[in-house]
Design a protein around this ligand. Structure first.
Ligand code: NZQ
Ligand code: ZN
Length: 391
Protein backbone atom coordinates (compact mmCIF):
# COMPACT_ATOMS: atom_id res chain seq x y z
CA UNK A 1 0.00 0.00 0.00
CA UNK A 2 1.23 3.46 -0.83
CA UNK A 3 0.82 5.60 2.30
CA UNK A 4 -0.31 9.22 2.40
CA UNK A 5 2.12 11.87 1.20
CA UNK A 6 2.61 15.35 -0.22
CA UNK A 7 5.15 15.60 -3.01
CA UNK A 8 6.51 19.00 -4.01
CA UNK A 9 9.88 19.36 -5.69
CA UNK A 10 10.32 22.78 -7.26
CA UNK A 11 13.94 22.52 -8.55
CA UNK A 12 14.33 22.84 -12.31
CA UNK A 13 16.97 20.47 -13.70
CA UNK A 14 19.12 21.26 -16.72
CA UNK A 15 20.83 18.00 -17.61
CA UNK A 16 23.49 17.07 -20.14
CA UNK A 17 26.47 18.31 -22.07
CA UNK A 18 26.84 22.11 -22.00
CA UNK A 19 23.71 22.39 -19.84
CA UNK A 20 25.35 25.34 -18.06
CA UNK A 21 24.43 27.53 -21.05
CA UNK A 22 20.83 27.39 -19.79
CA UNK A 23 21.64 29.65 -16.88
CA UNK A 24 21.89 32.54 -19.33
CA UNK A 25 18.10 32.38 -19.34
CA UNK A 26 17.83 32.04 -15.57
CA UNK A 27 20.18 34.70 -14.20
CA UNK A 28 18.30 37.73 -15.59
CA UNK A 29 15.36 36.80 -13.33
CA UNK A 30 17.40 37.87 -10.27
CA UNK A 31 19.19 41.00 -9.07
CA UNK A 32 22.74 41.95 -10.08
CA UNK A 33 24.76 40.67 -7.09
CA UNK A 34 25.65 36.98 -7.25
CA UNK A 35 27.49 35.27 -4.39
CA UNK A 36 29.58 32.51 -5.99
CA UNK A 37 30.05 29.58 -3.63
CA UNK A 38 32.73 27.03 -4.42
CA UNK A 39 35.14 24.69 -2.67
CA UNK A 40 38.87 24.28 -2.38
CA UNK A 41 39.76 24.92 -5.99
CA UNK A 42 38.88 21.88 -8.14
CA UNK A 43 36.67 24.07 -10.36
CA UNK A 44 39.64 26.29 -11.18
CA UNK A 45 41.58 23.26 -12.45
CA UNK A 46 38.89 21.59 -14.56
CA UNK A 47 37.60 24.67 -16.38
CA UNK A 48 34.18 24.87 -14.69
CA UNK A 49 35.00 28.13 -12.91
CA UNK A 50 35.93 29.80 -16.21
CA UNK A 51 32.77 28.55 -17.93
CA UNK A 52 30.54 29.89 -15.13
CA UNK A 53 32.39 33.19 -14.80
CA UNK A 54 32.07 33.79 -18.55
CA UNK A 55 28.30 33.51 -18.29
CA UNK A 56 28.09 35.64 -15.12
CA UNK A 57 30.15 38.35 -16.83
CA UNK A 58 28.10 38.14 -20.03
CA UNK A 59 24.97 38.59 -17.90
CA UNK A 60 26.47 41.70 -16.28
CA UNK A 61 26.54 40.27 -12.75
CA UNK A 62 28.64 41.58 -9.87
CA UNK A 63 30.30 38.48 -8.45
CA UNK A 64 30.97 38.15 -4.71
CA UNK A 65 33.57 35.44 -4.28
CA UNK A 66 32.69 32.92 -1.57
CA UNK A 67 35.23 30.18 -2.34
CA UNK A 68 36.91 27.87 0.16
CA UNK A 69 33.81 26.02 1.39
CA UNK A 70 35.43 22.76 2.39
CA UNK A 71 33.81 19.29 2.57
CA UNK A 72 31.38 18.86 5.48
CA UNK A 73 30.59 22.59 5.82
CA UNK A 74 30.36 24.07 9.29
CA UNK A 75 27.83 26.44 10.79
CA UNK A 76 30.74 28.70 11.77
CA UNK A 77 31.80 29.03 8.10
CA UNK A 78 28.18 29.64 7.17
CA UNK A 79 28.08 32.66 9.44
CA UNK A 80 31.07 34.15 7.59
CA UNK A 81 29.17 33.74 4.33
CA UNK A 82 26.13 35.34 5.93
CA UNK A 83 28.13 38.43 6.84
CA UNK A 84 29.47 38.62 3.29
CA UNK A 85 25.97 38.38 1.84
CA UNK A 86 24.54 41.05 4.13
CA UNK A 87 27.46 43.40 3.50
CA UNK A 88 27.18 43.08 -0.28
CA UNK A 89 23.42 42.83 -0.65
CA UNK A 90 23.55 39.41 -2.32
CA UNK A 91 20.62 38.89 -4.68
CA UNK A 92 21.36 35.35 -5.76
CA UNK A 93 23.59 32.50 -4.53
CA UNK A 94 25.22 30.21 -7.07
CA UNK A 95 26.90 27.07 -5.76
CA UNK A 96 29.46 25.42 -8.04
CA UNK A 97 30.67 22.17 -6.53
CA UNK A 98 29.50 19.04 -4.72
CA UNK A 99 27.03 18.42 -1.94
CA UNK A 100 29.05 20.49 0.52
CA UNK A 101 28.80 23.66 -1.57
CA UNK A 102 25.16 22.92 -2.39
CA UNK A 103 24.20 22.41 1.26
CA UNK A 104 26.11 25.51 2.32
CA UNK A 105 24.34 27.54 -0.37
CA UNK A 106 20.85 26.38 0.66
CA UNK A 107 21.58 27.03 4.32
CA UNK A 108 23.03 30.42 3.43
CA UNK A 109 19.94 31.40 1.49
CA UNK A 110 17.91 30.95 4.69
CA UNK A 111 20.59 32.30 7.08
CA UNK A 112 21.24 35.64 5.36
CA UNK A 113 18.19 37.45 6.70
CA UNK A 114 17.63 35.42 9.87
CA UNK A 115 17.60 37.98 12.64
CA UNK A 116 19.40 35.94 15.27
CA UNK A 117 22.46 34.15 13.85
CA UNK A 118 23.15 32.57 17.24
CA UNK A 119 19.83 30.75 17.03
CA UNK A 120 20.25 29.46 13.45
CA UNK A 121 21.72 26.10 14.48
CA UNK A 122 19.22 25.50 17.26
CA UNK A 123 16.25 26.51 15.14
CA UNK A 124 16.96 24.36 12.08
CA UNK A 125 19.29 21.65 13.43
CA UNK A 126 18.01 20.95 16.93
CA UNK A 127 14.39 22.10 16.92
CA UNK A 128 14.12 21.15 13.21
CA UNK A 129 11.89 24.08 12.30
CA UNK A 130 11.25 25.22 8.75
CA UNK A 131 11.52 28.85 7.59
CA UNK A 132 8.35 30.85 8.17
CA UNK A 133 6.06 31.40 5.16
CA UNK A 134 7.04 35.06 5.03
CA UNK A 135 10.76 34.58 5.83
CA UNK A 136 13.06 36.44 3.46
CA UNK A 137 15.07 33.83 1.56
CA UNK A 138 17.80 34.64 -0.95
CA UNK A 139 17.19 32.49 -4.06
CA UNK A 140 19.91 30.01 -5.01
CA UNK A 141 20.93 27.65 -7.79
CA UNK A 142 23.74 25.19 -8.43
CA UNK A 143 26.16 23.84 -10.98
CA UNK A 144 26.97 20.35 -9.73
CA UNK A 145 30.46 18.85 -10.00
CA UNK A 146 30.28 15.79 -7.71
CA UNK A 147 27.67 13.05 -7.89
CA UNK A 148 26.11 11.41 -4.84
CA UNK A 149 24.29 13.49 -2.28
CA UNK A 150 21.21 14.52 -4.27
CA UNK A 151 21.44 17.97 -2.70
CA UNK A 152 20.83 19.40 -6.17
CA UNK A 153 17.20 18.31 -6.07
CA UNK A 154 16.09 18.36 -2.46
CA UNK A 155 15.53 20.76 0.41
CA UNK A 156 18.10 19.40 2.84
CA UNK A 157 21.28 21.04 4.03
CA UNK A 158 23.75 19.11 6.19
CA UNK A 159 25.94 21.17 8.51
CA UNK A 160 28.51 20.41 11.18
CA UNK A 161 28.65 22.12 14.55
CA UNK A 162 32.31 21.73 15.46
CA UNK A 163 31.84 22.82 19.06
CA UNK A 164 29.29 20.09 19.71
CA UNK A 165 30.88 17.52 17.39
CA UNK A 166 27.46 17.11 15.76
CA UNK A 167 26.70 16.82 12.07
CA UNK A 168 23.06 17.09 11.17
CA UNK A 169 20.70 17.51 8.24
CA UNK A 170 18.10 20.25 8.34
CA UNK A 171 15.08 20.19 6.04
CA UNK A 172 14.67 23.80 4.97
CA UNK A 173 11.49 23.31 2.95
CA UNK A 174 10.60 23.97 -0.70
CA UNK A 175 11.33 27.70 -0.59
CA UNK A 176 15.01 26.91 0.05
CA UNK A 177 15.23 24.41 -2.82
CA UNK A 178 17.41 25.44 -5.73
CA UNK A 179 15.62 27.42 -8.42
CA UNK A 180 17.68 25.49 -10.95
CA UNK A 181 20.42 22.87 -10.93
CA UNK A 182 22.84 22.26 -13.77
CA UNK A 183 23.89 18.63 -14.14
CA UNK A 184 26.58 18.18 -16.78
CA UNK A 185 28.26 14.77 -16.49
CA UNK A 186 31.39 16.23 -18.13
CA UNK A 187 31.91 18.35 -15.00
CA UNK A 188 32.25 15.21 -12.90
CA UNK A 189 34.87 13.41 -14.98
CA UNK A 190 37.74 15.05 -13.09
CA UNK A 191 36.64 13.51 -9.78
CA UNK A 192 39.30 11.33 -8.14
CA UNK A 193 38.42 7.60 -8.15
CA UNK A 194 37.68 7.41 -4.41
CA UNK A 195 35.22 10.33 -4.64
CA UNK A 196 33.50 8.72 -7.61
CA UNK A 197 32.89 5.42 -5.83
CA UNK A 198 32.00 7.11 -2.53
CA UNK A 199 29.35 9.08 -4.42
CA UNK A 200 27.95 5.98 -6.11
CA UNK A 201 27.64 4.30 -2.73
CA UNK A 202 25.97 7.36 -1.24
CA UNK A 203 23.25 7.10 -3.92
CA UNK A 204 22.70 3.45 -3.11
CA UNK A 205 22.38 4.12 0.62
CA UNK A 206 19.85 6.90 0.03
CA UNK A 207 17.70 4.37 -1.80
CA UNK A 208 18.17 1.71 0.90
CA UNK A 209 17.16 4.14 3.60
CA UNK A 210 13.83 4.88 1.98
CA UNK A 211 13.32 1.21 1.08
CA UNK A 212 13.97 -0.42 4.46
CA UNK A 213 10.69 0.54 6.08
CA UNK A 214 7.13 -0.69 5.83
CA UNK A 215 5.96 -4.25 5.45
CA UNK A 216 3.76 -4.30 2.37
CA UNK A 217 4.00 -3.62 -1.33
CA UNK A 218 4.28 -0.08 -2.68
CA UNK A 219 5.33 1.72 -5.85
CA UNK A 220 8.15 3.54 -4.05
CA UNK A 221 9.84 0.20 -3.31
CA UNK A 222 9.46 -1.10 -6.87
CA UNK A 223 11.04 2.11 -8.15
CA UNK A 224 13.85 1.91 -5.58
CA UNK A 225 14.73 -1.68 -6.55
CA UNK A 226 15.02 -0.66 -10.21
CA UNK A 227 17.25 2.30 -9.42
CA UNK A 228 19.40 0.26 -7.02
CA UNK A 229 20.07 -2.28 -9.79
CA UNK A 230 20.94 0.59 -12.12
CA UNK A 231 23.40 2.10 -9.63
CA UNK A 232 25.14 -1.26 -9.16
CA UNK A 233 25.37 -1.82 -12.93
CA UNK A 234 26.60 1.67 -13.76
CA UNK A 235 29.06 1.84 -10.87
CA UNK A 236 30.63 -1.39 -12.13
CA UNK A 237 30.98 0.14 -15.59
CA UNK A 238 32.46 3.33 -14.14
CA UNK A 239 35.00 1.31 -12.16
CA UNK A 240 36.15 -0.44 -15.34
CA UNK A 241 36.33 2.85 -17.22
CA UNK A 242 35.90 6.03 -15.16
CA UNK A 243 35.49 8.05 -18.37
CA UNK A 244 32.50 5.94 -19.53
CA UNK A 245 30.00 8.69 -20.35
CA UNK A 246 26.97 6.43 -20.34
CA UNK A 247 27.75 5.11 -16.87
CA UNK A 248 28.70 8.49 -15.43
CA UNK A 249 25.65 10.26 -16.86
CA UNK A 250 23.37 7.49 -15.55
CA UNK A 251 24.89 7.81 -12.09
CA UNK A 252 24.43 11.57 -12.16
CA UNK A 253 20.71 11.36 -12.85
CA UNK A 254 20.32 8.44 -10.42
CA UNK A 255 21.84 10.56 -7.64
CA UNK A 256 19.45 13.45 -8.20
CA UNK A 257 16.43 11.15 -8.33
CA UNK A 258 17.47 9.01 -5.36
CA UNK A 259 17.10 11.77 -2.80
CA UNK A 260 14.50 13.84 -4.58
CA UNK A 261 12.15 12.34 -1.94
CA UNK A 262 10.14 10.51 -4.61
CA UNK A 263 11.30 7.13 -3.30
CA UNK A 264 10.24 8.01 0.22
CA UNK A 265 6.69 8.94 -0.73
CA UNK A 266 4.26 7.38 1.70
CA UNK A 267 7.05 5.74 3.70
CA UNK A 268 8.81 6.46 6.97
CA UNK A 269 12.34 5.25 6.15
CA UNK A 270 15.32 4.18 8.21
CA UNK A 271 18.19 6.64 8.04
CA UNK A 272 20.38 5.08 10.74
CA UNK A 273 23.31 4.50 8.37
CA UNK A 274 23.39 8.24 7.70
CA UNK A 275 23.07 8.98 11.40
CA UNK A 276 26.14 6.81 12.09
CA UNK A 277 28.00 8.23 9.10
CA UNK A 278 27.26 11.83 10.01
CA UNK A 279 28.38 11.32 13.57
CA UNK A 280 31.68 9.93 12.28
CA UNK A 281 31.90 12.83 9.82
CA UNK A 282 31.60 15.33 12.67
CA UNK A 283 34.61 13.76 14.40
CA UNK A 284 36.83 12.93 11.46
CA UNK A 285 35.73 15.08 8.51
CA UNK A 286 35.97 11.90 6.41
CA UNK A 287 34.46 11.55 2.93
CA UNK A 288 30.71 11.19 3.40
CA UNK A 289 30.20 8.02 1.33
CA UNK A 290 33.07 6.28 3.15
CA UNK A 291 31.49 6.97 6.54
CA UNK A 292 28.44 5.08 5.26
CA UNK A 293 30.39 2.14 3.85
CA UNK A 294 32.18 1.72 7.19
CA UNK A 295 28.96 1.37 9.19
CA UNK A 296 26.27 -0.11 6.96
CA UNK A 297 27.07 -3.81 7.32
CA UNK A 298 27.29 -4.02 11.14
CA UNK A 299 24.00 -2.10 11.35
CA UNK A 300 22.06 -4.04 8.71
CA UNK A 301 23.30 -7.36 10.11
CA UNK A 302 22.17 -6.26 13.58
CA UNK A 303 18.59 -5.44 12.49
CA UNK A 304 18.19 -8.04 9.75
CA UNK A 305 16.08 -10.35 11.91
CA UNK A 306 13.65 -7.52 12.71
CA UNK A 307 12.92 -6.73 9.06
CA UNK A 308 13.49 -10.20 7.65
CA UNK A 309 10.89 -10.23 4.82
CA UNK A 310 12.21 -6.91 3.47
CA UNK A 311 15.85 -7.94 3.64
CA UNK A 312 14.95 -11.17 1.84
CA UNK A 313 13.08 -9.20 -0.82
CA UNK A 314 16.15 -6.92 -1.20
CA UNK A 315 18.27 -10.04 -1.75
CA UNK A 316 15.95 -11.45 -4.41
CA UNK A 317 15.04 -8.26 -6.28
CA UNK A 318 18.28 -6.27 -6.13
CA UNK A 319 20.95 -9.00 -5.97
CA UNK A 320 19.13 -11.81 -7.80
CA UNK A 321 19.64 -14.23 -4.90
CA UNK A 322 17.86 -17.52 -5.65
CA UNK A 323 15.73 -18.38 -2.60
CA UNK A 324 15.38 -22.04 -3.61
CA UNK A 325 16.57 -24.32 -0.82
CA UNK A 326 17.21 -21.39 1.54
CA UNK A 327 15.37 -20.22 4.62
CA UNK A 328 14.16 -16.62 4.55
CA UNK A 329 17.03 -15.70 6.85
CA UNK A 330 19.59 -17.39 4.61
CA UNK A 331 18.21 -15.52 1.60
CA UNK A 332 18.34 -12.22 3.50
CA UNK A 333 21.92 -12.89 4.63
CA UNK A 334 22.97 -13.77 1.08
CA UNK A 335 21.67 -10.34 0.00
CA UNK A 336 23.92 -8.58 2.50
CA UNK A 337 26.83 -10.79 1.44
CA UNK A 338 26.23 -9.67 -2.17
CA UNK A 339 26.13 -6.04 -1.02
CA UNK A 340 29.44 -6.55 0.78
CA UNK A 341 31.03 -8.15 -2.31
CA UNK A 342 29.98 -5.16 -4.46
CA UNK A 343 31.36 -2.72 -1.88
CA UNK A 344 34.72 -4.52 -1.97
CA UNK A 345 34.67 -4.43 -5.78
CA UNK A 346 34.33 -0.65 -5.64
CA UNK A 347 37.16 -0.37 -3.12
CA UNK A 348 35.15 1.40 -0.44
CA UNK A 349 36.31 1.91 3.14
CA UNK A 350 35.19 -1.22 5.01
CA UNK A 351 36.49 -0.31 8.48
CA UNK A 352 35.97 2.96 10.33
CA UNK A 353 39.55 2.84 11.64
CA UNK A 354 40.67 3.52 8.04
CA UNK A 355 39.06 6.95 8.32
CA UNK A 356 40.40 7.74 11.77
CA UNK A 357 37.73 6.39 14.15
CA UNK A 358 39.06 5.12 17.49
CA UNK A 359 37.47 3.28 20.45
CA UNK A 360 37.86 6.44 22.56
CA UNK A 361 35.50 8.31 20.24
CA UNK A 362 32.61 5.87 20.71
CA UNK A 363 30.81 7.60 23.64
CA UNK A 364 30.90 10.90 21.74
CA UNK A 365 29.80 9.24 18.52
CA UNK A 366 26.82 7.69 20.29
CA UNK A 367 25.98 11.05 21.86
CA UNK A 368 25.81 12.63 18.39
CA UNK A 369 23.71 9.86 16.81
CA UNK A 370 19.99 10.42 16.34
CA UNK A 371 17.82 7.28 16.52
CA UNK A 372 15.95 7.08 13.23
CA UNK A 373 15.46 3.37 12.59
CA UNK A 374 12.30 1.60 11.47
CA UNK A 375 12.24 -2.15 12.13
CA UNK A 376 13.94 -1.65 15.47
CA UNK A 377 14.99 1.39 17.52
CA UNK A 378 18.51 0.85 18.79
CA UNK A 379 19.54 1.37 22.39
CA UNK A 380 22.67 3.38 23.17
CA UNK A 381 24.55 0.16 23.88
CA UNK A 382 23.52 -1.27 20.50
CA UNK A 383 24.69 1.91 18.79
CA UNK A 384 28.02 1.61 20.57
CA UNK A 385 28.19 -1.99 19.37
CA UNK A 386 27.69 -0.92 15.74
CA UNK A 387 30.54 1.57 16.10
CA UNK A 388 32.77 -1.04 17.78
CA UNK A 389 32.09 -3.57 15.02
CA UNK A 390 32.63 -0.93 12.33
CA UNK A 391 36.13 -0.12 13.60
O1 NZQ B 1 36.47 21.55 -2.69
P1 NZQ B 1 36.91 21.18 -4.07
O2 NZQ B 1 38.28 21.61 -4.41
O3 NZQ B 1 35.90 21.56 -5.11
O4 NZQ B 1 37.03 19.57 -4.09
C1 NZQ B 1 35.92 18.73 -3.80
C2 NZQ B 1 35.98 18.14 -2.40
O5 NZQ B 1 37.30 18.07 -1.93
C3 NZQ B 1 36.03 17.52 -4.68
N1 NZQ B 1 35.37 17.70 -5.97
C4 NZQ B 1 34.06 18.01 -6.19
N2 NZQ B 1 33.82 18.01 -7.51
C5 NZQ B 1 35.01 17.71 -8.13
C6 NZQ B 1 35.98 17.51 -7.15
N3 NZQ B 1 37.27 17.20 -7.44
C7 NZQ B 1 37.59 17.07 -8.74
N4 NZQ B 1 36.68 17.23 -9.74
C8 NZQ B 1 35.39 17.53 -9.46
N5 NZQ B 1 34.50 17.63 -10.47
O6 NZQ B 1 35.36 16.49 -3.98
C9 NZQ B 1 35.51 16.72 -2.58
C10 NZQ B 1 34.21 16.41 -1.89
O7 NZQ B 1 33.22 17.36 -2.22
P2 NZQ B 1 31.89 17.40 -1.35
O8 NZQ B 1 31.01 18.46 -1.92
O9 NZQ B 1 32.23 17.48 0.08
O10 NZQ B 1 31.28 15.94 -1.63
P3 NZQ B 1 29.80 15.43 -1.62
O11 NZQ B 1 29.11 15.82 -2.87
O12 NZQ B 1 29.86 14.00 -1.28
O13 NZQ B 1 29.08 16.24 -0.43
C11 NZQ B 1 29.23 15.82 0.91
C12 NZQ B 1 28.37 16.64 1.84
O14 NZQ B 1 26.98 16.52 1.51
C13 NZQ B 1 26.25 16.07 2.67
C14 NZQ B 1 27.29 15.26 3.39
O15 NZQ B 1 26.94 15.01 4.72
C15 NZQ B 1 28.52 16.12 3.25
O16 NZQ B 1 28.51 17.18 4.20
N6 NZQ B 1 25.01 15.38 2.29
C16 NZQ B 1 24.00 16.14 1.87
C17 NZQ B 1 22.75 15.59 1.59
C18 NZQ B 1 21.62 16.42 1.14
N7 NZQ B 1 21.72 17.72 1.06
O17 NZQ B 1 20.56 15.87 0.86
C19 NZQ B 1 22.48 14.18 1.76
C20 NZQ B 1 23.71 13.35 1.83
O18 NZQ B 1 23.36 12.15 2.46
C21 NZQ B 1 24.83 13.99 2.57
O19 NZQ B 1 24.66 13.83 3.97
ZN1 ZN C 1 24.30 10.56 1.81
Amino acid sequence: MQGNFTFHNPSKIYFGKDAVENIRGELPKYGPVVQLVYGGGSIKKNGVYDAVMRILNDCGKTVIDDGGVLPNPTVERLMEGREKARANGTDFILAVGGGSCCDYAKALSVAVWEEDPEDFWFKYYERFEKPAEDAKIVPAGCVLTMVGTGSEMNMKAVLTNTQKHWKRGGDLGPRAAFKFSVLDPAYTLSLPYDRMVAGAFDIFVHLCEQYFSGTDDCVSDDLAEGLMRSVVKNSRRAVLDPQDWEARSNLMWAAALALSTVFGCGKSGDSMVHQFGQSIGAYTGATHGMTLSATILPYYRMVLADGLPKYARFAREVWHVDPAGKTERETAEAGLDALEAWMRELGLVMHAREIGVTEEMIPGLVEGTRVRGFYRKLTREEMAQVYRESI
